[in-house]
Design a protein around this ligand. Structure first.
Ligand code: SF4
Length: 293
C-alpha cells in the first residue's frame, strides 16, 4: 500500500537523501491522488495538469506504508503526525490503514480532510484522531463557488458544527490572495476564533498546470496584515472591535499600537500545535510568508 510523504518528512526519516536540517516537529503524510473535486488552485484537482506528486509547491514522493513505518520505528524525530487527504476514489481504505499504524505510536494525529457529514467527522475522532482540519480555503461564498465549487454555506455549517461538538479540536485552512478583501478574511478568522477553531493561514501559491497558475501570490504587506490580525484575535477576540477598514475592505488600522507585538510569533506558521509546513508557500531564498524557525 502506497502513501506519500512531504519531501522534508522523507528526508527527516532518511528515506530521501538530501540535507534538511530545518526543525520540523510535524511529519506530513498524503493519502490519495487526483481529487474528485476541482479546486482551481490545487495541484491535485480533478482537471489539474500539475505533476501528480505535488501539493502546493511541495513534492511528495511515494513510499510503501511498511517502509515508512519501519523508518519511523528506527528513528522518529516528530511529535505530531499530519495526514493530508486528497478525496480520490478509494482513499478511505488507505487512510484507515495509515491511521491504524500511526495511532499505535502514541503521538497526536491531525487529519486534514473534506468530510461529507458529521458522521464522517465523528468516525475519525472515534479512531483516535486528535484534531481534524476542515479546510475552507476560500472565505467568501462567490469566490468559493468560482474557485472551489460546491456550497459555501453547507461547508461552513459543517465546520462550525464540528467545532461545537468537538471543542478546541478543529482546525481550518484559509488561503489569502484569491481576490477576497482583508475584511473578508479577517471577519472569517474572527468567526473561527469565537468558535475556538484554529486557523492555518496559507498564502496563495500559483502551481504550474493548475487553473490558477497565472494568478500572482498576494502582496506580502497584505499577508502580514492578515497574520497580525490573526495573531491579535488569537490573543483576544475583542481586538476585532477596534479594526478599521476603508470602503473596499482594506484594513486601515488595528485600533492599537502594534509596534510592540512579537513579530516572530505573529508571522509564524499557524494551525495545529507544532505545524510548520516549511517552504509550503515559499521558495528557499525568497520572501518567507510563514516563518517556520
Ligand atoms: S494546520 Fe498543519 S498540522 Fe494542522 S491539519 Fe493543517 S497542515 Fe496539518
Amino acid at each position: 500500500m502506497q502513501i506519500r510523504l512531504s519531501a522534508g518528512t522523507a528526508a527527516k526519516l532518511g528515506l530521501r537523501k538530501f540535507k534538511f536540517d530545518i526543525p520540523m516537529p510535524t511529519a506530513y503524510f498524503m493519502v490519495g491522488e487526483r481529487c474528485v473535486f476541482n479546486c482551481l488552485y490545487c495541484a491535485q484537482a480533478r482537471d489539474s495538469r500539475a505533476d501528480i506528486s505535488r501539493l502546493s509547491r511541495i513534492v511528495w514522493p511515494g513510499y510503501e506504508l511498511s517502509d515508512v513505518m519501519e523508518a519511523i520505528g528506527r528513528h522518529n524525530p516528530f511529535s505530531r503526525f499530519c495526514i493530508q487527504t486528497v478525496s480520490s476514489p478509494g482513499y478511505r481504505e488507505v487512510l484507515q490503514a495509515l491511521i491504524e499504524e500511526l495511532s499505535g505510536l502514541g503521538l497526536p494525529i491531525s487529519l486534514s480532510v473534506r468530510p461529507l457529514d458529521m458522521k464522517e467527522v465523528r468516525e475519525y475522532f472515534s479512531r483516535g484522531i486528535e484534531r481534524i482540519g476542515i479546510a475552507v480555503d476560500v472565505v467568501t461564498p462567490d469566490l468559493f463557488k468560482k474557485y472551489r465549487g460546491g456550497n459555501f454555506e453547507n461547508h461552513i455549517e459543517l465546520l462550525f458544527k464540528a467545532a461545537q461538538e468537538f471543542k478546541g479540536r478543529i482546525t481550518t485552512h484559509v488561503i489569502v490572495g484569491l481576490g477576497e478583501t482583508e475584511k473578508d478574511v479577517i471577519d472569517f478568522i474572527y468567526q473561527c476564533r469565537i468558535r475556538n477553531i484554529e486557523v492555518g493561514l496559507f498564502s496563495f501559491t500559483p502551481v504550474k498546470g493548475t487553473g490558477l497558475e497565472n494568478l500572482p501570490q498576494p502582496d506580502i504587506r497584505t499577508y502580514r496584515e492578515v497574520q497580525i490580525a490573526r495573531y491579535l484575535l488569537k490573543k483576544n477576540p475583542r481586538y476585532y472591535e477596534g479594526f478599521l477598514y476603508d470602503r473596499k475592505g482594506k484594513l486601515l488600522s488595528f485600533g492599537i499600537d502594534i509596534t510592540s507585538i512579537n513579530i516572530d510569533e505573529a508571522f509564524r506558521t499557524s494551525g495545529c500545535p507544532g505545524c510548520t509546513r516549511p517552504f509550503y508557500n515559499e521558495r528557499p531564498g525568497k520572501e518567507i510568508y510563514n516563518f517556520f524557525m
